[in-house]
Design a protein around this ligand. Structure first.
Ligand code: ATP
Length: 354
């Protein structure tokens, strides 16, 4: 394989063992998602050459960064790394910080200028790092990494030090990076919304091992993974904006049928991702047009999984799209639900992700 990425790495640290073997596409965003302590950062650091004891193999395209015969040091691996708290040089301006690494990398001026422009840094160039907000600092860190012409961008929880509002502000910039960097991006996160919004490919980790890997929506929508047991379990659907009314209500086309959600002024035709959480879906035997709910989807019940605490998670097929619904045990008995039944899924809330 010369055009993809291969990572086969082992790290032993006290009780903890990282042991992964992955083949990834050398394009788009691969999100590495998993609970705290599952080894996400250790994996990223081992790829970057920052874990001295990591054994195994790292190849990107035709380049070998590590195998049984050789192990390139961190500075010879063409990675751009952005951490949760990226250290900028305090005595230099934003411009000085950007030029520092860029000069050493010998990258073209146009590359530096392009990222300053795209990440809207022109008004900040003369400022010192200690006068920047957390989000502005991360934008500088992204530009600094990308201006050095990396082969692979590695992001270690780049948003987790930011509050919700700042995170929402920086997400469009990450999307611009994803569209325009032309290099693969590894994005470590423990935030479901981030993985669901940004990932093309998803690696799910637990206790140092890969639990699942594949196209993001396939992994996110699998009902047999620990994700389906989380409080915020749900599905992610591809959608396209069909219309927006005078009150800002969007009509969205999805494989499951038309869904409505409030959202910003997206032009008709805009592709979006939606997240429908299981706790926002209820089930009915008949179509109720007398309800305030706008989102009613025909669905077939595939199975019922008991959850701790007396709840049941229903797995549904909504005309080809997956859907999960969290209902009470009593509702299962009252409606006499069994696999194969035709039902109506009532969707209370739909979150727009893009
Ligand atoms: N510097 C260190 N020294 C000793 N143990 C460490 C060190 N850093 C991490 N660990 C341990 O290694 C394991 C993996 O940690 P790692 O930071 O890779 O997980 P993570 O999935 O990135 O977690 P988080 O989401 O909390 O950042 C954990 O058991 C952690 O306690």
């Amino acid at each position: 394989m010369t055009d993809g990425i291969r990572i086969a790495l082992r790290v032993a640290r006290g009780e903890f063992r990282l042991d992964v073997d992955l083949a990834l596409p050398a394009r788009g965003v691969t999100a590495v998602f998993g609970p705290s302590g599952s080894g996400k950062s250790t994996l990223l650091r081992a790829i970057a050459g920052l874990e001295p004891d990591a054994a195994g193999e790292v190849r990107i395209g035709g380049e070998v960064w590590q195998d049984a015969a050789q192990r390139l040091p961190a500075h010879r691996r063409a990675t751009g790394v952005v951490f949760q708290h990226t250290a900028l040089l305090p005595h230099l301006s934003v411009d000085g910080n950007l030029r520092y690494g860029w000069k050493r990398a010998g990258a073209p001026q146009a590359l530096l200028d392009g990222w300053i422009e795209r990440l809207a840094l022109v008004p900040l160039l003369a400022r010192r790092p200690d006068t920047l907000s957390g989000g502005e600092r991360q934008r500088v860190a992204l530009a600094r990494a990308l201006a050095c012409d990396p082969r692979w961008l590695l992001l270690d929880e780049p948003l987790s030090a930011l509050d919700g509002e700042r995170r929402a502000e920086i997400l469009p910039y990450l999307e611009a990076v994803r569209r325009e960097a032309g290099i693969p991006i590894l994005h470590v996160t423990h935030a479901m919304e981030e993985a669901a919004r940004l990932a093309d490919h998803l690696v799910l980790m637990d206790a140092g091992k890969v639990v699942a890997a594949g196209p993001a929506l396939d992994v996110l929508n699998r009902a047999d993974l620990p994700l389906a047991l989380r409080e915020d379990a749900g599905v992610v659907l591809e959608a396209r904006v069909e219309a927006r009314d005078a009150h800002g209500l969007l009509t969205l086309h999805t494989a499951a049928g038309a869904l409505h959600a409030h959202g910003p002024a997206h032009a008709p035709g805009t592709p979006l991702r939606l997240r429908v959480q299981a706790r926002d879906v209820s089930l009915a035997l008949h179509r109720h047009d007398d309800s305030s709910l706008l989102n009613l989807l025909p669905a077939t019940l595939l199975g019922l999984d008991p959850l701790p605490g007396g709840q049941v998670q229903a797995r549904l097929d909504a005309t080809g799209a997956p859907l999960l619904a969290r209902i009470s045990h009593r509702s299962v008995e009252r409606l006499e639900l069994r696999p194969g039944m035709a039902l109506w899924a009532q969707v209370k809330a739909v979150a727009l992700l893009v």
